[in-house]
Design a protein around this ligand. Structure first.
Ligand code: HEC
Length: 119
């Protein structure tokens, strides 16, 4: 997985900002953010939604977490996760989150002839 991220970062450097989104997506999953904030960054319960929040806000919060600053005790769990991101990774990830597009429904399209399947 680490290798994939590295390749994505390199390809982003070569092909420009279009790949920042994809790199951000990979990081979001690789850094375990999705475990709490949801695979679609939709949040749940005490885990806030991150999808389509402003990039500036997300960066501001993550930088505060890195410095050990929070506005509630519940946020302290974020210190370690925020510190696992470097400046570039934070940039890619917040590009992904702030411009979040729901995964295409095509993923679930049945690409076989349903009439042909026996059951
Ligand atoms: C163990 C669960 C957990 C993981 C993993 C986790 N978070 Fe969080 N996150 C939280 C909790 C809990 C809060 C604070 C909720 C509150 O304010 O009450 C939070 C808050 C945040 C906030 C502030 C949101 C707001 O509304 O102010 C951001 C941004 C954030 N997380 C990003 C991330 C990113 C990026 C990652 C991955 C590097 C990550 N989180 C991983 C649990 C988690």
């Amino acid at each position: 997985m680490k290798k994939n991220i590295l390749l994505l970062i390199i390809s982003t450097a070569i092909f420009g900002s279009e790949n920042s989104y994809e790199t951000g997506r990979a990081l979001y999953n690789d850094k375990a953010c999705s475990n709490c904030h949801g695979t679609n960054a939709e949040g749940s319960g005490s885990y806030p939604k991150l999808a389509n929040r402003s990039k500036n806000y997300l960066i501001k919060k993550l930088k505060q977490f890195q410095k050990g600053k929070s506005t509630s005790q519940a946020q302290e769990v974020m210190f370690g996760f925020a510190r696992s991101l470097n400046e570039t990774e934070m940039d890619y990830m917040t590009t992904y989150l702030s411009d979040y597009k729901k995964e295409s429904a095509d993923k679930y399209k049945l690409d076989y002839d349903i009439m042909g399947s026996v059951d």
